[in-house]
Write a protein that binds this ligand. Sequence first.
Ligand SMILES: Cc1ncc(COP(=O)(O)O)c(C=O)c1O
Length: 392
Amino acid sequence: MYVSNKVKDLPPYLFSRFQKRKEELKAIGMDVIDLGIGAPDLPTPKFIMEKLCEEVQNPINHRYSPYDGSKEFREAVAYFYQSHYGVELDPETEVLTLIGSKEGIANLIQAAINPGDTVLIPDPGYPVYKTAVHLAGGNSAYLPLDLQNGYVPMYDQVSEQDKQDAKLMFLNYPGNPTAATVELNTFLEAITYGRQNNIAVIHDAAYDLVTFDGYKSPSILQVPNAKEVAVEFGSLSKSFNMTGWRIGYVVGNKELIKALHTYKSNIDTSQFLAIQKAAALALRSDLSDVKKHNEIFKARMERMYQGLLEAGFQVEKPRGSIFIWPKIPRGYTSAEFSEKLLEEAGVIVTPGTAFGPSGEGYIRISLSVELERIDEVIRRMKDFTSKGVSLS
Ligand SMILES: Cc1ncc(COP(=O)(O)O)c(C=O)c1O
């Protein structure tokens, strides 16, 4: 009676079933390893924590933040874009502070579309795109991604109708869940497609700095004149291990940023100033902590990648993100395989279908546990597959 239809109609939270079962299995003594969590397990770098402790004690930071975030944080974002990508941003009109990029993504959809409008979303992709479109009364249309095409958008698979009705298009590289990475050319194509079809291009760069082996993830704003049709979401959650701090930003197209600013100023008053000041220091740092953190994730990724190959899985070696995305044995759905893996091996992974229909046949493994636990996972996976799970 008290719940709106749009909330009632949200898909059930897939992870809760696994979490419930995890608790039951732990209660009977099973050592469950959870690789379903999409967040880094490492601590926030010390200099950021120290800056927070200092700023927390200054009463000036106890007041409301400006609605669009502190000037200091917005200027630090502009500094980061200039120094890291060579992209110029006006911190007054082209940068907006967010309470984590998740709320920004969901609120941008609210601010930009009308009920009935279409939004193109990657399939497989971060589930928030679809649920946020639903909450805004829009329709999502899948932009299929697959391994054969290097997980770049397959525009030819978007129907003429969806193309005409689409107002926004989401992209995400390095990708959750696929760990796919791209070169600037993919963004150039997206901007061209957006411009030709009057579709704003939204790039979710949540894993922008989490990369390995010298690979540098491009910004969509490096495409000349991209700001005319594009915005990019960024977050300190993954690069600086700050998931719980809730701090991110959106940069690029002024019109979209203004709409989001107006929308948000009616529902929140930005982030705690002390957090914004600590985050500004992070963005102005030499990124050496990010590099150290990436070395740890790379070591885990290499170990997991080798282990999966030895256990007979087909898998691509990621150049970024905190995930690895192996193919599962034939004869199982992703959900069946994930359930069996939990029941028989005590390992939690996320079924690919949690990210859209094209995730069928895959599982997402998060690298957010220590190397020794990864070794244990591999041992269990090998044991599991040798018991007759066909990987052909
Ligand atoms: C692809 C992607 N985008 C955005 C987010 C949201 O990150 P945050 O709200 O912590 O900035 C996540 C978090 O898992 C993610 O995986």
